[in-house]
Design a protein around this ligand. Structure first.
Ligand code: SF4
Length: 215
């Protein structure tokens, strides 16, 4: 069975899931989107208002920023996989509760074990703490770590959530700088491990231009 089919099955389970209260006020499930064989997976916190309306992850203002950051390092949205810790929108964008995270993350686990990525980029503290509990995003953002997770060897890059960058200019600068680091890292492992990281989008070096100069 293909990875695409397996991901569609997981999305179907998410669509009918009532395992925690979040489905009650959500308009749509947001399972995830992207390449089923992606080498890089981005994981946010949970769907926001636009994501809830359309059923697509990172499609509002945060998504626009993420697209620009991806473009800066020559990655296209369709060549990576983008998902969240919880798959239904927490009401009024509140934080997901620990119980909601525990209940929902088996779906994320299934997605990652299907995709088998090489690189995980966590966006915000909830995604970071799913892999590495008790670590502060303020101290660890932009620092690449190698972890063993569920039998997979993963390179994990913690980043601030784009929404935090939209609220705070200093955080936005950190995100932009961290993306440059991510781009260089992806270029480096492409050169070191050509047989294990074959995404052609990763062959180019990241741009050094100011991402935000045009807007
Ligand atoms: S948030 Fe996750 S656990 Fe809760 S209802 Fe949606 S899919 Fe199920």
């Amino acid at each position: 069975m293909s990875q695409k089919t397996d991901l569609e099955k997981i999305a179907s389970k998410v669509a009918s899931c009532k395992d925690c209260p979040l489905y009650k006020e959500a308009q749509n499930p947001v399972a995830g989107q992207g390449d089923p064989e992606a080498k890089v997976v981005f994981i946010g916190e949970g769907p926001g208002a636009n994501e809830d309306k359309l059923g697509i992850p990172f499609c509002g203002r945060s998504g626009n920023l993420l697209d620009k950051l991806l473009a800066q390092i020559y990655l296209k949205r369709e060549t990576v996989f983008i998902t969240n810790i919880v798959k239904h929108r927490p009401p009024k964008n509140r934080d997901p509760t620990p119980q909601e995270i525990v209940t929902c993350t088996p779906y994320l686990r299934q997605q990652l074990l299907t995709i088998k990525p090489k690189v995980i980029v966590t966006l915000g503290r909830f995604a970071l703490n799913y892999f590495i509990p008790d670590v502060f995003i303020s101290k660890s953002h932009g620092q690449l770590v190698e972890i063993k997770w569920e039998g997979l060897d993963l390179n994990l890059m913690p980043l601030y959530h784009p929404a935090a960058g939209l609220r705070n200019g200093n955080v936005l600068k950190d995100i932009q700088a961290d993306f440059i680091k991510l781009g260089f890292f992806l270029g480096t492992i492409k050169k070191k491990k050509p047989s294990t990281l074959e995404n052609k989008e990763l062959e180019k070096e990241p741009a050094q231009t100011d991402l935000f100069s045009k807007n």
